[in-house]
Design a protein around this ligand. Structure first.
Ligand code: G3P
Length: 218
């Protein structure tokens, strides 16, 4: 399973990248706003740091505008994946940009039918939003499982990129189902390392070790 980091925070990306935890990065207009940076500058910096796909999102509402913006974003670096919304215009832009050789991430996916259309339009990635479905009392993980089944039934090569990931459990469930990629905020990826029994066990080991009066290698 590939890990993408859902942020435009360079320091956070760098910290995880040094540990080999970053296979790619996803950004969106809200994350660019949060970074306080210029989209072209921060995206270029991320692309220089990370070898894998870096998603940068268009903001035009019509297909022609999305294609124009997408081509502009793709000029930033060869590892740009142009992110387009799952609207009819977004699907048109997806088809044109992927036919043109660009990676395309189709975002804001909330149903299996939308995911099926994105695959047929040549999407490299489909981004179903797990957390936002859970917010409505629906089951985001059921959508991941449905898309996995549908893509496997027909051999679609579009990667299932589970997005709007809010918890460690979301990531483990995605791994069980076989999502190709998850994109999560840095804090959620770091939380994967934590367990109360790890902390408690370490505390006990340290206390007992202190009582031995020994030192290692000194
Ligand atoms: O990748 C999409 C993601 O940023 C949305 O997450 O938590 O805003 O629903 P969230």
């Amino acid at each position: 399973m590939r890990f993408f980091v859902d942020t435009a925070d360079i320091a956070a990306i760098r910290e995880l990248h040094e540990l080999g935890m970053v296979d790619g990065v996803t950004t969106n207009p809200s994350l660019i706003l949060k970074s306080g940076r210029n989209i072209a500058e921060v995206t270029r910096e991320i692309c220089e740091l990370v070898e894998g796909p870096v998603s940068a999102e268009v903001v035009a509402a019509d297909a022609e505008g999305m294609i124009r913006e997408g081509k502009h974003l793709a000029e930033i670096a060869p590892n740009i994946a142009v992110k387009v919304p799952l609207t009819w215009d977004g699907l048109r832009a997806c088809k044109a940009l992927s036919d043109d050789g660009h990676m395309v991430n189709v975002t804001l996916c909330f149903t299996a039918s939308q995911a099926l259309l994105a695959a047929k339009a040549g999407a490299t990635f489909i981004s179903p939003f797990v957390g936002r479905l859970d917010d409505l009392g629906l089951d985001g993980m059921e959508l991941i499982a449905d898309i996995r089944t549908i893509y496997d039934n027909y051999g679609f090569e579009t990667n299932v990129l589970a997005a709007s990931i809010r918890s460690v459990n979301h990531i483990v469930e995605c791994a069980r189902i076989g999502a190709d990629v998850i994109t999560a905020p840095p804090a959620v990826i770091k939380a994967m390392a934590s367990h109360v029994l790890t902390d408690k066990g370490l505390e006990q080991f340290n206390a007992d070790w202190a009582k031995t009066g020994q030192k290692i290698g000194l």
